[in-house]
Ligand binder design. Structure first.
Ligand SMILES: [Zn+2]
Length: 197
């Protein structure tokens, strides 16, 4: 299944909104989307995206384990936002396992994305204590989905803006989220109804 471009817009916006809410800065050059080469086979989206965050992606600095739960939550926020978009648009349901494919699809690159940090951490922990790991990741994922649904208007606004602009600077993203949060703070709980993941 090829995923429509808005999937990627919501995916990158999910990373940004959760990072903003957890006090992690969006870094220059910001975020962007571009046509996917289509070389990957794992249900890749029609458009690929990139999101630069302070202290998380090894592309732009060392991984710090200062707050692993926060890093994992921000990593999960991309696929989770994409999932909420697909379900709320009636375009289908991606399972937890399908999201794992997304994390595993780009292992041949020399650097890790923030999503891959999540996959690596879960794989590492998998060999240590599976049940404890799954409880840990499941709890973070539930919290991530809850937060994104509570701030869904902001995710949607940013996603649509990104789809039109194609790239946004770090300052533009931060300002946009600030403005959107100010405009929707009085209307919490506007997100689509929770799914039974
Ligand atoms: Zn991502």
């Amino acid at each position: 299944m090829r995923l429509p471009p808005p999937y990627t817009w919501h995916h990158e916006s999910g990373h940004c909104v959760l990072a903003y809410l957890r006090g992690v800065a969006i870094k220059p050059p910001g975020i962007g989307v571009y046509a996917n080469s289509g070389k990957d086979a794992y249900g890749e989206p029609d458009e690929a995206g990139i999101c630069h965050l302070a202290g998380i992606s090894p592309d732009f600095g060392p991984i710090t384990l200062r707050d692993l739960a926060t890093d994992i939550a921000i990593s999960m926020a991309g696929p989770v936002a994409g999932h909420i978009y697909l379900v709320s648009s009636g375009l289908g349901m991606r399972s937890w396992e399908t999201m794992a494919d997304e994390w595993g699809a780009r292992y041949d690159r020399r650097s890790l994305s923030q999503d891959e940090l999540c996959a690596f951490s879960s794989a590492l922990a998998w060999f240590c204590d599976l049940r404890r790991t799954l409880r840990y990741l499941s709890a973070i994922r539930s919290a991530t989905e809850h937060i994104l649904r509570a701030h869904w208007p902001t995710v949607q606004n940013l996603a649509n803006y990104l789809g039109v602009q194609r790239s946004l600077s770090a300052d533009e993203v931060t300002s946009f989220i600030q403005l959107s949060e100010a405009g929707t703070s009085a209307k919490s709980g506007q997100g689509p109804a929770p799914s039974d993941l």
